[in-house]
Write a protein that binds this ligand. Sequence first.
Ligand code: GLU
Length: 448
Amino acid sequence: MTSSKELVSGYYNKLLKRNAGEPEFHQAVAEVLDSLKIVLEKDPHYADYGLIQRLCEPERQIIFRVPWISDNNNVHVNRGFRVQFNSALGPYKGGLRFHPSVNLGIIKFLGFEQIFKNSLTGLPIGGGKGGSDFDPKGRSDAEIMRFCQSFMTELYRHIGEYRDVPAGDIGVGGREIGYLFGQYRRLTVQHESGVLTGKGLTWGGSLVRTEATGYGAVYFTNEMMRTHGESLDGAKVIVSGSGNVAIYAMEKAQELGATVVGFSDSSGWVSTPNGVDIQLLKDIKDNRRERVSQYVKETTGATFNADGTIWSLEADVALPCATQNELNGEHAQMLVDNGVKYVAEGANMPSTPEAIEIFRKSGVHFAPGKAANAGGVATSALEMQQNASRDSWSFEYTDQRLHKIMSNIFQRCDQTAKEYDREGDYVIGANIAGFKKVADAMLAQGVI
Ligand code: GLU
């Protein structure tokens, strides 16, 4: 009989051949399949009916041309993507990323992660992801609007409240969702609020959605620390990034008594031994759309570094909230040597496999993104609930729901790891708990 190990490596080798040149997708799949070996040993029926092969193959992949004209009258042609990965649990759900690094492999890795993340939220949402290799940096507001309108002119026919519900991700925030929604409404002649999440508050958006990914990651971290008899109160925290996820992770961490000792963007990192002035940072990043070096010019006690790495700072907790593979083995070793005991991923797959291995071996408590950053998409699902019932909830109520969802995700990861004799391994806990719910639904729905 073929062992579960052989079975899984067989699937993986085929996947490598069929999806050549997509290293991030390979990485995301490899991590999940590694966890599934243990599941298949206990429950071999999860390999029945081609379940694993079907899970790794998107239900649909849409690639399209996005032409647009810049302010200086040049024609630009970008590529648009929407990967509708799995809808066994609900409509496809996941963000849109606008960044020059975007390609099919990146969108597939993000879409694949989203399946398990969305399953972990306990809410009825499938997994999908999309975006474009468009670079919003330095573009005028009018250029962003024209790009979003062109992008939606193709995407609108593939999405809908019951079909696929995009949201934001890197490079797509409230402004972009506004332009995308406007064009969708114009093309469909319907005010279908449930088609996108992350909307403005007066036209179907939800309170707490902006804060949700960062707040959620911190709720998860605090829950994980509580299990080990500690808390964020008095802790030193490194937060990489300075986008939406990072800013609200910093805000909540400091609210809970932590000191945020550093943050970053692609131009460098800032050391803040006395904590971060969140209002100032929000103004610089959100309103003025400037770089983090500006922060040190407008405050005292902070230093900007264009070289080196934010991971060289001393801290108790690290929250990578920037982008995939930003934290490698060398960085992980620095963190361990400097006393970090907890790492929770606010971004999607920010730690490389080498980094995760170092955390595991060194006894660092590590929360993978698909669990720790699920608060954003969970609150998107709460936005969908409010849209479906034509209602809007208070900040306090929505925040309570988010808090409860994050605690439940932590408990599920913790318990599942224990069930499989891997106590404290939240990677295995998240992958297996996320997988089982989707797998049961797929088996019940037949070979489709
Ligand atoms: N882009 C976010 C994520 O990675 C949010 C997706 C959503 O709200 O649909 O989960």
